[in-house]
Every structure is written in C-alpha cells, then in structure tokens.
Design a protein. Sequence first.
Length: 489
Amino acid sequence: MTFSNTSLTFRRSGNTIPKHLTSMETIEWDESLSAVVQCGRFVPLVNTILDYARKQVLFYPSDKETVTAEYHGELCLWERADVRVARFVSDVQPNAVDVPVISRRCLESQESADKEHNVAQVAALVRKWPTNVNFTPGFKLWDHFQRWNSFSSETVLGDKIDNHRFWLEGAPHDVWFRLFHLCRADLNRDRNQYGLMVALGILAYRADLDLDLIRTLLAIATSPTLLTTSLIPEETFNLDPGHTLNLNTVLNITRGNCHDTHPDSSWLERRYGESESAYMKRKRAGFLAAKEDQCEKLSTLIFSHWPAPGAALTLPDMASILPNSSIGNYPIVKIADLRTAAEVLFSTRLCNRRLFEWSNSLQCVLNTVLGHGLTENGLIALLPLHNICVAIRPPKYVPIRLYSLLRDPERSSPPVDVAEQSHPSLRELMLDLEGMPIDGPKTQYLANLSCCVDALDRKGSEPSNSFDGQQDSGFDDIVQRAPPPSSPA
C-alpha cells in the first residue's frame, strides 16, 4: 500500500500538505526521508518529535496550567497521518482492533465520522481519476446557483490549487467557481492529482457543498470532452429577478417612469359651462387613459427586442430604441429614465439567462457523456460508515532518539527489528522501565542502554557512521568503537 502511494507524492513538505487546518494536522518530513517511511510504521519518530515539542511548549501556552481545549490532536496524529498516506482507502482486511479515524476536535463524533466518510469517497474518486462520473438522479447545477442567489464567477488572477485555507473558509459559491476555473485549466494528473485530492477533500469535509458539485469539478478536471464546453460567463450575478422576461414586467417598469400629471397643463381644454370639479375629473381620466396607451406602446416596442430562444444574447441599444426625439410622441413617459431602467432590466436578465443557458449546456454534457455511467467507471462503491480503518500499531518499537535525526539515514545503521533481536530480555526491561514513574535521569539511562543493546545486536557488522569525512559523536558510534566485554578471569 505504501509503495503504491509513492507514485502520487515522493516527498511530503510544506508545499504539498495544507497549512494547519481544523480538519487535519501538518507534518513536515525531512527531505532526506523517502515517502516509504512516512506512514504509521514510523510512529516512534513521530512520537519522539511530539515529546520533544511538548517539552519545548510548542503545543501549549507558556503557562501549562491554562491548557485550552483547542489542541487534542497529538494522540491520534499517527492515525490520521496513516490514513492520509493510504489515501483514505478502507483496509481490505479489517481487524477487530481497527478504529474509525475521528477528529478529536469535533464535538460530535457522529458528525465527524460522516464528514470523514465523505472525504474518503472523494479522495478515492480523485485517486482513480475517472473519465466517467455518476451523479445523483435529478441533479441540476441551476438549482444550486439559485440557492446561492448572489455571487461572482470571475477568474482570480494567480489562483492556485493549494489555496487550502480559502477552500476551507471561503463562501461556497466563491470556492466552487474558483476551483471550476482551476479544473478547467487542463490539470495535469501527475502534477496536480494530490493537490486536487486535498482541495476536493476539504470541500467534502465542509459539508455545505453538495457532493454532486464536487463530482462536477472532478469531471471538468478529468474529462477532455468537458474542456471543449463554452466558457462560463464571468460576471457578477443576482438571480433574484430571474432569467426570463415577459411583457408585464416591462409594462410595470414603464409605468414606474411616468409623470404624475401631464407636463402640458393646457393639453385638455375646459368645456363651456363645465364645472371645475367635472373638468378636473375628466382631465384626470383622460390623463390616465393616455398614460396607459403610451406605456403599452412603449412596452411592446421594448419587449420586441428581447432575444428569442437560440438567438445571440446581446444587449440591445436602448438609445436607438428610445431616442430623445420620442418625447414628442410619448410626453407622459420619462424617456431618459425609462431608457436607463430598461438597460438595467435587460442587462440583469440577459446576464442571468446566459448563466442559465450555460448551465443547461454543461448539464446536458454531464447527463449524456458522464452521467449515470457504468459502476466500474463511475463513483466508487460507498464506503461503510465508521469503517475507515488505519494501520494497526505494532506491539513494540525500538526507541528512536532525537539525536539520530542529525545523522545521515542512508549511512546510519537502521533500528533492529523486534523479530531479529537477540536480547529480548533486555528489550523487555527497557520497555518496563519506560513505563515506570521513576525520578531522576531515566531518559538518559534508557538512551544509553538502548545504544548498548543495539551495538550488541549489530556485533560483527561493519559500522558506517562517517559524514563528510568526520566521525559522528553519537552514542552508537562510541559503543560500536568500544571493545567487546571480556570474560571474567
């Protein structure tokens, strides 16, 4: 399993592992260590580093009595690291002692298990890099766009796939559209697979982005067919008004841009012998009738320029439709104000309509080319909840001390395997001593004893501890250069 994963990442460093996030810890390995040793079997080194960091007060405030509840991760760090190396794939032979990987920072264990189950699905799917992805029946991109309502689809210059902090904390619509542009940029599997796995895994952990939206991003990244789809309109959208237009909407806009009274007070003469009240009543009724007639004519004229289905969605020239010279024919309507309102109306609805038609075209490709494909080419089989297994911790480890980190791992003698030890009683004694609450220099004593036992186990082998022509002054070298114990006379 470990060797199969090395094809995805050869070195783990700060450039590939996300910064310190709520959902996972950060591990930085020495560049001289291969990916083979970056797993749960290397837990003694991880524990040693954690012990050293704890002594240096790196995990807690300077006052150890005021430890907060924000850090509870060191005990299960090796478990989560092992699962990340294994690409969140379940163990094919689960053992009774296997445990689900549940974040200690999540107050609700069930919520954490569900989130990490979704992460496991997404990570395994990205690792497969499929060209065919299954979607939930009835999935529509436009439904999600309508729920977001107001958002921008514009490209962010200099955006990168490893912007993990934003993927975790950004608004869902901003995160999705930015990742959409990155996925559409023809991602390279060899170079970008691990980064996309982390990015989409973070989206699955958030749980506020539907899994079908995440699968859409993966389909864009992995399918050459989708790369040829039309470009998404890069604009700022407000979907409240909708993406369609009817005559009544234009008529209401026109009515809202009219004078309250006729601009020409003498437009209707008073009849001979007509009372003042009768004249004002007749004048008001005539004004309303003229207003309605002018509004209907102008609304019909404006609506006739709304693009028909299949036509180019371009904004018509309102200056030519409503010129200033039309004031003479429509004196009751405020032509300049109506022209501005009509431009805003058409601009907003056409913008939304372009997005709607683009989402429909993309949805059509997803449904016909990628949607509901064969199981072996689609989504991985759902992983059973609470069954994400990790490597079993070996029962015994040879202690590894911090000073060994300063030595060249290629030239240093490796720790002696438990099965090959020739002094099991001494090893048992060392393990017992480590667990006893003894005051004094116990750590130094155990370190020296461990070096001595290692030297005895390697007796007869050729020591190789030189580095750039200089001798390493570690304890192992001193013991190896020492003469063997002599028998009593």
